[in-house]
Design a protein around this ligand. Structure first.
Ligand SMILES: C[S@@+](CC[C@H](N)C(=O)[O-])C[C@H]1O[C@@H](n2cnc3c(N)ncnc32)[C@H](O)[C@@H]1O
Length: 319
């Protein structure tokens, strides 16, 4: 018998049912399918990947900045506003199921949980542990898994949400299509991606070839020193300055944050843009084309939030 929090999961390799062996109260043990694929459950989380793979920089950053962007900790409504403005979804989704891919520290998990929906979140990196810890008391179902091998039955969610993630995967189109496959017939998809037009000449791309290979601790220290030094001597950064300065500066940009919080977000997002293994922005036109290729309807693709935002629906008759 599977412990309740694990009943949704199937084997990501063969899609077979899983059985649990271990301590159900402590949520520690092993999940095994009939074919013999096994997955450890440690720290309360099923691990459907061997390790963090290319996503280790994110595991590091979300452990370091575990609550910075979580609304209930920051006192702002930045994550909440981004979810509802970007997705167009209702604030009450009681009784529905939502799959959240690449949850990071859970800034959007918190918002999705507030809708009354059942939320299933995963992340490739150890950020999954951060989300689990942040919302252990709120019935979030969290696991460590990859978008390329998701441990859920296909076409089983009313809604699939993925913000801030697919540009950081090695094959952005494949990631998008995997998300589509998880949406129920008649269900909704909300995805965002960096905008290739906006980011094309950004200074980050002139230094990332080097910084993404740096030791994470060292790079984080450097981001901290450079960001703080910049803020001490320079006025708040005009967006055009990002063409020459590979730093984030959120002074005056994010409503409701104290100066100290703005500095911390700036350090976090400077690290976030210089450290990931992949940073592959896409155009509005590409995102629309992929929606059409995937057979989606009600397609809405606009610039907003962190780049290009996509809303679409899977036709009710498609399996
Ligand atoms: C920039 S963070 C965004 C996190 C969160 N969605 C947010 O907006 O705060 C990107 C996240 O995608 C995750 N990620 C990257 N590749 C992934 C994959 N193949 N499967 C699942 N998550 C992945 C990273 O570990 C990281 O936590």
């Amino acid at each position: 018998m599977l412990p309740e929090p694990f009943q949704i999961y199937v084997c990501p390799t063969c899609r077979g049912d899983l059985s649990f062996d271990g301590n159900a109260d402590a949520l520690a043990g092993t999940l095994t399918c009939a074919t013999g694929h096994t997955f450890p459950v440690t720290g309360g989380l099923p691990r459907f990947v061997l390790d963090e793979g290319y996503s280790g920089s994110f595991g590091f950053q979300w452990q370091r900045h575990a609550k910075d962007q979580v609304d209930s900790a920051s006192g702002a409504k930045i994550s909440r506003d981004r979810v509802f403005r970007g997705t167009g979804w209702p604030e009450d989704m009681t009784g529905q199921t939502i799959l959240e891919a690449g949850c990071g520290s859970g800034r959007f998990t918190e918002v999705l949980l507030s809708t009354g929906a059942q939320v299933f979140s995963f992340d490739y990196s150890e950020a999954a542990d951060v989300t689990y810890r942040n919302f252990a008391d709120r019935d979030a179902h969290v696991c460590q898994a990859s978008i390329y091998d998701m441990p859920y039955p296909l076409a089983s969610f009313d809604r699939v949400f993925c913000y801030g993630v697919i540009q950081h995967t090695p094959d952005v189109k494949a990631s998008f299509m995997r998300l589509v496959a998880m949406v129920k017939p008649g269900g909704y998809l909300a995805v965002d991606v960096y905008d290739s037009r906006k980011w094309l000449f950004n200074a980050r791309y002139r230094v990332r070839w080097f910084t993404k290979h740096m030791d994470k601790e060292r790079l984080h220290r450097l981001c901290q020193q450079a960001t703080v030094a910049y803020m001490k001597v320079m006025p708040p950064m005009h967006p055009w300055n990002q063409l020459v300065v590979p730093l984030k500066d959120y002074r005056g940009v994010l409503p409701g944050l104290t100066l100290e919080q703005q500095i911390s977000w700036s350090i976090l997002d400077t690290f976030d843009m210089l450290s990931p293994a992949f940073d592959l922005p896409q155009s509005k036109r590409t995102m629309r084309r992929w929606c059409v290729e995937a057979g989606l309807t009600d397609i809405w693709v606009e610039r907003g939030g962190n780049g290009v935002e996509v809303r679409a629906r899977k036709p009710a008759s498609t399996v």
